[in-house]
Design a protein around this ligand. Structure first.
Ligand code: SF4
Ligand code: SF4
Length: 90
């Protein structure tokens, strides 16, 4: 958990406000979430899932938890967005 919290910290921009999880087995590779994310932290993978689609991938940092990708996705369960609690003040 501590490692996860640390990876969400970016010294230049502070801690991430959100996190996204993509179920690559449910993703149809339509790219709507990629287009919806206006900070560009989503992309389509170079590999194919079992359905023959290039699934969406999260860069692993920078998500602000806005949820636009979630609302853009037509596949129930393919993408989940989490709001991260603000880090305790030092
Ligand atoms: S929640 Fe917002 S910032 Fe995070 S990946 Fe989705 S669209 Fe991008
Ligand atoms: S919008 Fe949904 S189905 Fe389309 S690429 Fe993104 S996660 Fe996959």
């Amino acid at each position: 958990m501590a490692e996860q919290a640390q990876s969400a910290m970016r010294p230049d921009k502070g801690p991430d406000k959100g996190m996204v999880e993509i179920d690559t087995s449910e993703c149809k590779g339509c790219g709507l979430c990629v287009a919806a994310c206006n900070i560009g932290v989503l992309s389509l993978a170079g590999w194919l899932n079992h359905q023959g689609y290039h699934p969406a991938e999260y860069s692993g940092q920078g998500c602000n938890g806005c949820g636009l990708c979630f609302y853009a996705c037509p596949e129930p369960g393919a993408i989940r967005v989490y709001k991260l609690a603000a880090a305790a003040a030092a």
